[in-house]
Design a protein around this ligand. Structure first.
Ligand code: R5P
Length: 299
């Protein structure tokens, strides 16, 4: 079946790189926002009878790009696309994967249902929690940038490091990095006090006199990693610190929160469009090759 690759407005640079890696070009699709904030999709690309892939992170504003993806899928469906796959390089709302007070909505489930209402399949990169796959009523292929990030760290010169999970939710992720890099692992016990504030309640594992390599699925406000770095330094870790995360949101005070820290390297992928990060020692690991291979494997 012939393939059509599409991009919305969330991250066309990444979609173009994926197309180039596959020797393809992006299909044409005009999207505009009307003065009342409504979106309109005008699909010009040939999709009838074709295998269509929409490369689009649910980047901030997640609700807007989610709706944009759904409108694009609807336009494809109405033009007789044979199969539609959402290539979700970052799934917004994925952190809402459980209810804590019992009064919240299960945002990850709602987003999964909405994607499944218009797409036949989903290809997702490093979901906040792998068990979110169970929220989808359509097949989901979950791929990970962790091997690429670990490779980018390089094995040389990190023998004195310790991989640290900044909260218990990142424990499995940290063990994965530790196995790939052949390093010890430690865990921070984090308490969230609100959207912007967290507190470190303790550290499990030997961190003194070792250089921390903090790993997480995402950096949003940077609050989690900033608290973790301060706690690690207080526990006798040796600066500077390296941070690695699959998704670099860098929202609100992220650049300021992180700028205060003794950072050697900050590694993230290009799953999201570039954010303002000031003078952070940022290293971007490209996902286009991985995405191109993953799409080829699905065809
Ligand atoms: C939380 O469970 C996530 O894995 C991240 O640790 C968190 O969302 C990062 O957010 P922030 O950078 O705002 O602390």
């Amino acid at each position: 079946m012939e393939m059509t690759l599409l991009s919305g407005r969330a991250h066309p640079e990444l979609a173009s790189k994926v197309a180039a890696a596959m020797g393809a070009v992006l299909g044409e699709c005009q999207i505009q926002t009307f003065p009342d904030d409504e979106l309109q999709v005008d699909l010009q690309a040939e999709v009838a009878g074709r295998d269509v892939y929409l490369v689009q992170p649910l980047a901030p504003p997640g609700a807007g790009f989610l709706l944009e993806s759904l409108l694009m899928a609807d336009a494809c469906r109405r033009r007789d696309a044979a199969r539609l796959t959402a290539v979700v390089t970052y799934m917004g709302y994925a952190r809402q994967d459980r209810r804590v007070t019992g009064r919240e909505a299960l945002g990850a489930r709602v987003v999964a249902d909405m994607l499944a209402s218009r797409f036949d399949r989903v290809l997702a990169v490093d979901l906040h929690n792998p068990s979110i796959e169970g929220f989808f009523s359509v097949p989901l292929r979950h791929i990970s940038a962790v091997p690429l990030l670990a490779e980018a760290m390089g094995a040389a010169g990190i023998e004195d490091h310790v991989v640290v999970a900044p909260d218990l939710g990142a424990a499995k992720l940290a063990r994965r990095y530790a196995a790939l890099l052949d390093l010890p692992v430690a865990y921070i016990h984090k308490e969230r006090l609100g959207g912007r504030n967290v507190r470190v309640a303790g550290i499990t594992g030997r961190v003194a006199h070792r250089r921390p390599l903090l790993v997480d699925d995402m950096i949003s406000t940077g609050g989690t990693l900033a608290s973790a770095v301060q706690a690690l330094l207080a526990a006798g870790c040796t600066p500077p610190v390296t941070l690695a995360a699959s998704h670099g949101l860098f929202v609100g005070p992220a650049a300021a929160n992180l700028a205060r820290l003794p950072l050697a390297r900050v590694l993230v992928t290009d799953s999201l469009p570039p954010a303002t990060t000031g003078g952070l020692p940022l290293e971007i690991v490209g996902l286009a090759g991985l995405l191109a291979r993953s799409i080829e494997a699905l065809r």
